[in-house]
Design a protein around this ligand. Structure first.
Ligand SMILES: Nc1ncnc2c1ncn2[C@@H]1O[C@H](COP(=O)(O)OP(=O)(O)O)[C@@H](O)[C@H]1O
Ligand SMILES: [Mg+2]
Length: 250
């Protein structure tokens, strides 16, 4: 039983079957990539994991609990964080303050549920925020303003804002979309280094990004998983090459 179990999921938009009998199991502690050409249904599937869409049929189970019909913020509190679609970054605040905000939100939620426990002190939250800033390589810049950050550093900040919530599952939505080769390499390096104990699901169009990142790859084409396996197996799979326009993307 994986930490995320998707069974027989179907989703249609009018006459268009965006997801067709999707089954997949994400094993705890692994990096699982879901790849496929444009229009394959990747975003639709991801939206079913975060409560933005409800499948027409089938089930999505996270950590033994159904995610269907649960509100996005409740899914987040259950331990699922969506990276790069993070809560708003406040450009007037410092980098450290931006990381403390989601940490406060997390403690506050826990406080409401466990009213007998005292809310964590500001000092504890600051320590936690500083430790994730060290992890992503931004600790030296912690008192700087977000408005002066480079694009690559903003990615690091977004990652820190997710890590500070101690998620069990990180969903990464096309982490290198629109980036230069250098920024792409930096981001892949960051993803390999941080949160190594956290299960990650990476949705990606660019196959090269996931080959170095993923333990397991599911290939989606026209709403259906057509292949699954280790990167080396996926690379040479003729069905995958065909889905990617006769192999020109490999
Ligand atoms: N809200 C929607 N309404 C109608 N059609 C949609 C909607 N969202 C996605 N689609 C269609 O579903 C298919 C899968 O889309 P999507 O999940 O965005 O693919 P991907 O992320 O793999 O590029 C596409 O044909 C797309 O046009
Ligand atoms: Mg998409």
């Amino acid at each position: 039983m994986g930490i995320l179990e998707v069974s027989n999921v179907n989703k249609a938009f009018g006459g268009l079957k965006a997801l067709n009998e999707v089954n997949l199991s994400v094993e705890e502690g692994t990096v699982h990539a879901i790849i496929g050409p444009n229009g394959a249904g990747k975003s639709t599937l991801l939206n079913c994991f975060v409560g933005r869409l409800i499948p027409d049929t089938g089930s999505v189970m996270f950590d033994g609990r159904s995610l269907l019909g649960i509100k996005p913020h409740q899914i987040n509190q259950a331990g699922v964080a969506r990276v790069f679609q993070t809560p708003e970054i406040f450009t007037e605040l410092t980098i450290l303050e931006n990381v403390m905000i989601p940490a406060f939100a997390k403690y506050d939620g826990a406080f409401r549920i466990n009213a007998w426990q005292s809310v964590a002190s500001r000092g504890e939250i600051r320590d936690k925020a500083e430790s994730v800033l060290s992890e992503v390589g931004l600790i030296e810049e912690k008192d700087g303003l977000v408005s002066s950050m480079s694009r690559g550093d903003k990615r690091r900040l977004e990652m820190a804002m997710c890590l500070v919530q101690d998620p069990k599952l990180l969903l990464l939505d096309e982490p290198t979309a629109g980036m230069s080769r250098a920024d792409t390499n930096n981001t892949v390096d960051l993803l390999q280094r941080v949160g190594t104990n956290i299960t990650k699901v990476v949705i990606e169009h660019d196959m090269h990004v996931v080959f170095s990142l993923a333990d397991y790859i599911t290939v989606l084409a026209q709403g259906t998983p057509i292949a699954g396996g280790k990167p080396a197996d996926i690379k040479g799979n003729p069905k995958v090459q065909e889905a990617y326009l006769g192999g020109s993307h490999l």
